[in-house]
Design a binder for this molecule. Structure first.
Ligand code: NFD
Length: 324
């Protein structure tokens, strides 16, 4: 066997090794069933059951097939630009005017899931059909056959985009879906940022920074509200690395958006999100004022009790004076 032949045999393996420098979990087991199940849940709306807010009828078998169509048997680092076009156009991400919410650096806090479940005031990508289908899943193609016939790699997937993995399968999906979400947003929009994110609340390389913010439309977006929240997963408060609306990367973001002609507001610890997060992270040191036994609540209870007592004593006094 000549050196050239050996190289031909080895080159795909070498390519895969390079591509997999940044390794992460392989395709989620039973992903086809999960996607089909999620899609069927989504279709329950047809039966009069609760719907996701942006319901549109969809054929589940076709949706699941189109999700994989562009990536089966493909190198997960060479995803074609149009790989998800068909799937994303089946039920594109749409949101109600004035509700679109972006987020960055807060996924571990379950912000998208919590917001999606609790309030119609805000709409996140994870509530739209594409976001709902793909949320928290891992997937990528396999070029060397995977034994399942699905053309997917269930052992390992490259984590994200990198120099060695420029067109990452998952990154390409979220980039496309996020772009569609941002492009259609109208009215006031929101972005929730983690004030204690390492390297700054506004991360230059994030999807929000690179895809969503640049694709907002100045003609139809009336305000970008930055919601800066603490990291509820910190057991001990760390004020040293806590950004505010007037410093660090958040200030940079405000200037960046204002230079794009957007109206921008910034709020630290907005109540809407604090209540939501403190319900989940009740023991967080940042949740004092929102916790059950906090002094404000205790004081309110005392005031209510005093008022009741006062009212009762007044009516009692009236009764006594009438009797007299
Ligand atoms: P993030 P973001 N490397 O917290 N979206 O602004 C690796 F390995 O930084 C939704 O990037 O916020 N993973 C979802 C990464 C996913 C990298 C992506 C990276 N360089 C985007 N960058 C979703 N539902 O899963 C991003 N990721 C992955 C939309 C990683 O899984 C939403 O509309 C991380 O946990 C939202 O407004 C997750 O993306 C914005 O883009 C979020 O990274 C959040 O993306």
């Amino acid at each position: 066997m000549g050196i050239y032949t050996i190289f031909i045999y080895l080159s795909p393996m070498l390519a895969m090794t390079v591509a997999y420098i940044n390794t992460g979990p392989g395709t989620t087991s039973n992903i086809t069933d999960i996607l089909t199940g999620r899609c069927e849940e989504y279709r329950k709306c047809l039966l009069g059951e609760p719907c996701l807010p942006f319901y549109r009828n969809v054929k589940c078998r076709a949706a699941v097939e189109s999700f994989f169509k562009g990536i089966r048997n493909m190198d997960p680092c060479a995803t074609p630009d149009n790989a998800y076009d068909e799937f994303l156009n089946m039920v594109p991400p749409t949101t109600v005017r004035g509700t679109t919410m972006f987020w960055s650096g807060v996924m571990g806090n379950n912000i998208p899931q919590d917001v999606a479940q609790v309030t119609p005031e805000f709409s996140v990508l994870e509530e739209t059909f594409p976001g709902y289908m793909a949320g928290n899943l891992s997937w990528c193609g396999a070029t060397d056959g995977d034994g399942t016939g699905l053309g997917l790699n269930f052992t390992v997937c490259p984590t994200w985009t990198s120099e060695t993995c420029p067109n990452n399968t998952k990154a390409a999906f979220w980039a496309r879906a996020s772009k569609m979400l941002a492009t259609q947003a109208v009215g006031d929009v929101y972005v929730v940022l983690n004030a204690q994110r390492a390297g700054g609340a506004f991360n230059n390389g994030s999807i929000f920074a690179t895809i969503e913010a640049p694709n907002l439309n100045q003609d139809v977006v009336t305000n970008v509200a930055i919601y800066l929240i603490p990291d509820f997963q910190l057991a001990i408060p760390n004020e040293m690395y806590r950004e505010t609306c007037t410093n660090g990367s958040v200030l940079y973001l405000q200037n960046f958006l204002m230079n794009m002609n957007f109206n921008v507001t910034c709020e630290e610890n907005p109540k809407e999100i604090m209540w939501l997060q403190c319900a989940r992270f009740a023991n967080s040191p940042y949740c004092g004022p929102y916790a059950k036994g906090n002094p404000v609540v205790a004081a309110s209870i005392v005031v209510i009790l005093l008022q009741a007592f006062f009212a009762m004593s007044l009516s009692g006094w009236n009764t006594i004076s009438t009797t007299l």
